[in-house]
Write a protein that binds this ligand. Structure first.
Ligand SMILES: O=C(O)C1=N[C@H](C(=O)O)C[C@H](O)C1
Length: 307
C-alpha cells in the first residue's frame, strides 16, 4: 500500500543571482515545509519550472529532495512525465536509482493532443515499466487534453497506478465519479489549491499544493480536518486560506510564490526563468497581505507530526 495521504508540497526551484540552482536554499525550503507539517515533497512539479531546467539541474534537485525526505522519513513524489513516451519511460526508469521515491507523477502528454485512448495507452505503457508506482496528473488547462471518469477509472485499475492528481479547475462530475468509484487503494489528491476541502471531504486522500510553501501548518491542518470529516474546522481553514491561494495564483505559478518566499527571506532571489516573467509588485503586495491575515498559530494541535 503506497502512503499518499496528507499534504505534499511541490517545491519551487530557487535560483541564485547568477541564475544557478541554489541547492542550499532548496534544502532549507524542503526541510522547513516538512517541519511545518507537510507529509512529503514533490520534486520537479510544474512549480519547479522543470521545462527550464537542464538535465544536471534536474538530477541535482531530485537528489536534494531525496536526501531531505530520507532524513525526515517523509514521502517523495518525483514528476517524471513529459510529452513523448520514450523520454517519459526513460525518466521513470531512472527513478530506480533514486532512493526513497514514493511515486512518480506522470502528466498527460501536453502540446501533442493525442486521443483519449492514446493518452491511456501512454500512461499504461509507462506504468507497466516504471520501477516506482505512478500518480497520474490530469491538468487539462496545461496539457490541452483532459481525462474523463471512464479513462481515469480504467487507469485506476492498473496495479501500478496508485493515484491521481486531479487539477481540472472545478469539482466536476468526472471527479465525483472517480471519488465514488475508484478502488480503495487508489488515492485522489487535490491538484488545484482552491479545491482541497471538497476533494478531501469527499474521499480524496490529500493534496499537492504549491501555495503550501507558506502557511504550511494551516494547509496541513485543513487536510487533516477534512480527512477526519471535521466540517466546521474545514470551513474555517478553507476560508482563511482562500485569499492566499487566489493571490498566489493571480499570475502564472510559481512567480508570485517565489516573490513571496523571497520577500519573506526564504529564498535568495524571486527569479524565474523565461518564458516566465517575475511577479508584478501589485501581486506580491496582495500576497503579502493575504499571508499576513492567515493565523498559522490557530492550528498547532492539528498539524500531523512527521518523524
Ligand atoms: O507543481 C505542482 O505540482 C503544482 N502545480 C500546479 C500548477 O502550477 O498548475 C499547482 C499546484 O498547486 C501544484
Amino acid at each position: 500500500m503506497v502512503d499518499l495521504a496528507g499534504l505534499w508540497v511541490p517545491l519551487v526551484t530557487p535560483f541564485t543571482a547568477r541564475d544557478e540552482v541554489d541547492l542550499v536554499a532548496l534544502r532549507r525550503l524542503a526541510s522547513s515545509v516538512l517541519d511545518d507539517g507537510a507529509h512529503g515533497l514533490v520534486a520537479l512539479g510544474t512549480t519547479a519550472e522543470p521545462t527550464s531546467l537542464g538535465a544536471e539541474e534536474r538530477h541535482a534537485v531530485v537528489d536534494v529532495c531525496a536526501e531531505v525526505a530520507a532524513e525526515r522519513g517523509a514521502g517523495l513524489i518525483v514528476a517524471a512525465g513529459t510529452n513523448d513516451t520514450r523520454t517519459t519511460l526513460a525518466r521513470h526508469e531512472a527513478l530506480a536509482d533514486v532512493p526513497g521515491v514514493t511515486a512518480a507523477l506522470t502528466v498527460v502528454p501536453y502540446y501533442v493532443r493525442p486521443t483519449g485512448a492514446a493518452v491511456v495507452a501512454h500512461l499504461t505503457a509507462v506504468a507497466d515499466r516504471s520501477p516506482v508506482p505512478v500518480v497520474v496528473y490530469n491538468v487539462p488547462v496545461r496539457t490541452g487534453r483532459g481525462l474523463g471518469a471512464a479513462a481515469l477509472l480504467d487507469l485506476a485499475a492498473h496495479p501500478r497506478i496508485v493515484g491521481l492528481k486531479q487539477a481540472v479547475g472545478a469539482l466536476d462530475v468526472d471527479t465525483l465519479e472517480v471519488l465514488a468509484s475508484a478502488p480503495p487503494g487508489f488515492a485522489v489528491l487535490a491538484g488545484d489549491d482552491a479545491f482541497i476541502a471538497p476533494t478531501v471531504l469527499l474521499g480524496g486522500r490529500g493534496a499537492i499544493t504549491a501555495s503550501a510553501h507558506v502557511a504550511t501548518e494551516r494547509f496541513a491542518a485543513l487536510v487533516t480536518a477534512a480527512s477526519a470529516g471535521r466540517t466546521e474546522a474545514v470551513r474555517e481553514h478553507a476560508a482563511a486560506l482562500l485569499p492566499l491561494v487566489t493571490a498566489l495564483f493571480a499570475e502564472p505559478n510559481p512567480v508570485v510564490t517565489k516573490a513571496l518566499l523571497h520577500a519573506t527571506g526564504r529564498i535568495p532571489t524571486p527569479d524565474v526563468r523565461m518564458p516566465l516573467l517575475p511577479s508584478s509588485a501589485e501581486a506580491l503586495t496582495r500576497a503579502l497581505g493575504a499571508l499576513d491575515r492567515v493565523d498559522v498559530r490557530r492550528v498547532a494541535s492539528e498539524v500531523p507530526l512527521t518523524s
